[in-house]
Design a protein around this ligand. Sequence first.
Ligand code: ZN
Ligand code: ZN
Length: 371
Amino acid sequence: MVKAIAVFPRTKEIRLIEHPEPHITQPTQVKLRILEVGVCGTDRHICALAFGNPPGESEYLILGHEALAEVVEVGEAVTQFRPGDLVVPEVRRPCSDPACRACQAAHQDFCYTGTYTERGIQNLHGYMTNMVVDEASYLHPVPSELREVAVLTEPLTIAEKALVQALQIQARLPWRTNAASSDEPGRGLRAVVLGAGPIGLLGAMLFVTAGFETYVYSRAQAPNEKSTIVEAIGATYLSSETTSVEQLKERVGHIDLVYEAMDAAPLAIDVLRNLHRNGIFIFTSGTSPDHPFNIDTAAATQHLTSKNQAIIGTVNAGPATFQSAIEHLGIFQQRWPQVLPALITHRYPMEQAKEVLLAKPGGIKHIVSIA
Ligand SMILES: [Zn+2]
Ligand SMILES: [Zn+2]
């Protein structure tokens, strides 16, 4: 048996449980010892029973989707991994509909049917446990020097996927067609990140690295631990308590890209109203039922059309973005050696995972250390 943190939807419990140890049953599988698992809003929504489902007949779902693991055993057909290797596993697995072109093309992050599965979220057990078995094709190798920070890979993939899409949309402008392939595809553009949680801060690092003049707009007044990180990476921190959206627009000049990671739709919509011509607005968290809002749809569509704007939503990430996230963590580590470790403000043993999942403690990123 292994230990695991599980949510029981029927009895509304979250418990440390004993779970049968998984074993390799296919030659393409890899057995992993989980080292660390990140906790995020998704886990807290699952614990509040807002969504998430246990697999098959199981009465519980093992939580956790942001993992760093070590290979302990490989199936006989696996040649790319050896015991001792560090890996980050993907979250989403394809649906079984042969007509789903996205899943058939290994882009289950764009699944058409919605019947995909997700580890730790939807119909598959997650990673808050000692051992898991996974297909080698869903694992991404991590250099050993990233051992302390690689648990941030999955939250960074959200920004990686958003950036790829933003650059693809930018390429509709004929004079920007080649920008995506340059070293700093964001040079000359200004990005506003909404929210200074882990998703927002990792996004800000990515946009700075991509050459964007980057601003982070968040609630808390500076100085605070998040604004310190923002300034350390050469971006600008602005508090929504002391800077109105109008003032934000004035300060930035032209808002070319907005990366929303704030879960506060009314504020996001205000910023959307101030998006520059040809601008792109990317929602990653959208709106939670706690923050209902109204939008003047006529005015909004008028803005969109008269200014050539694009609004997109994005979720999950594909294999290429996991790979680029790991590469970028290495770049961030070299460029700002103090910053990534400072993002991880708390590490807890499995025995304390329940408290972290149920509370919303301060700090930035909370990690459950498994091994
Ligand atoms: Zn997450
Ligand atoms: Zn699909």
